[in-house]
Design a protein around this ligand. Structure first.
Ligand code: MN
Length: 257
């Protein structure tokens, strides 16, 4: 049987399962909030054009608007100043091969349940590799925190000194890029960086190092608790927005049972 025939029969038999890692686009879903002196991202908005009525008797449809960085979304290299001159750095230029590939999941859910500012460190990555083997080159690395189960104000978790949510240290991100040459890094939180990521050197190290190296980001992911640590395949294809720095998207994983 050809490789694709095996995949199709696996999908039909249930031997290959599809896991949806995407939140529903909804006006109530939180978007990142920056300090007030900066420009702000827009939430998802939807207006009815017609609904089988005098505006269109046989059809229903909506106009929608949002930021490139609303809901479950993809970050392209051009999102960050460090990646502004990376070749093929906007979503319309990224080669399509980048949108389908292997994925590993580092489970940080216990630590994140005890500490809102939980950090993914090189030591945690080393522990994960001793259990699961070396992170393969060109893989997506997803940080599971179960943060996607939070609702409302608990999700951004804003306090007087800003948002508090887990993320990687600069050393962890540099290790994944420089020593493992990953494809990209994904989180369940509103950004690839920790809520307090402005306080690292450099600020927002996941954005800074990933995009400077031509790597990608995924955030606001869900259902990471349904993925194995290794062996799944991620499908994450952003909209083809001219010069787009990111895009909402449907993120799917193929998992072998
Ligand atoms: Mn983003």
């Amino acid at each position: 049987m050809s490789t694709l025939n095996m995949l199709v029969s696996g999908l039909a038999s249930g031997a290959v399962r599809i896991v949806d890692l995407t939140h529903t686009l909804d006006p109530d879903f939180p978007v990142i909030v920056l300090p007030p002196e900066f420009g702000q991202c827009a939430r998802f908005r939807m207006e009815e054009v017609s609904a089988y009525d005098h505006r269109g008797p046989a059809w229903k449809w909506h106009n929608i608007s949002m930021s490139e960085h609303t809901g479950t979304h993809f970050d392209a290299p051009s999102h960050w100043i460090s990646g502004k001159d990376v070749p093929n750095g906007s979503v319309d230029e990224i080669p399509a091969e980048a949108f389908v590939g292997p994925v590993v999941v580092i489970d940080c859910s216990k630590g994140a349940a005890e500490n809102d500012d939980f950090e993914l460190t090189p030591e945690i990555i080393a522990g994960w590799e001793s259990d699961h083997g070396r992170i393969p080159a060109d893989a997506w690395v997803l940080m599971r925190t179960d943060w996607s189960k939070r609702r409302g104000a608990e999700y951004l978790n804003m306090r007087a000194d800003g948002p508090h949510s887990p993320g990687p240290t600069p050393e962890a991100i540099r290790f994944l890029i420089e020593e493992r040459n990953i494809r990209g890094f994904g989180t369940e939180t509103v950004g690839t960086d920790a809520g307090q990521g402005a306080h690292y050197v450099p600020p927002y190290p996941a954005h800074y190092f990933l995009h400077g190296a031509g790597k990608y980001g995924l955030q606001c992911l869900a259902n990471l608790d349904q993925l194995p640590a290794t062996g799944a395949v991620l499908i994450a294809a952003p909209l083809k927005i001219k010069n787009g720095t990111g895009s909402p998207l449907r993120v799917l994983a193929m998992v072998a049972e």
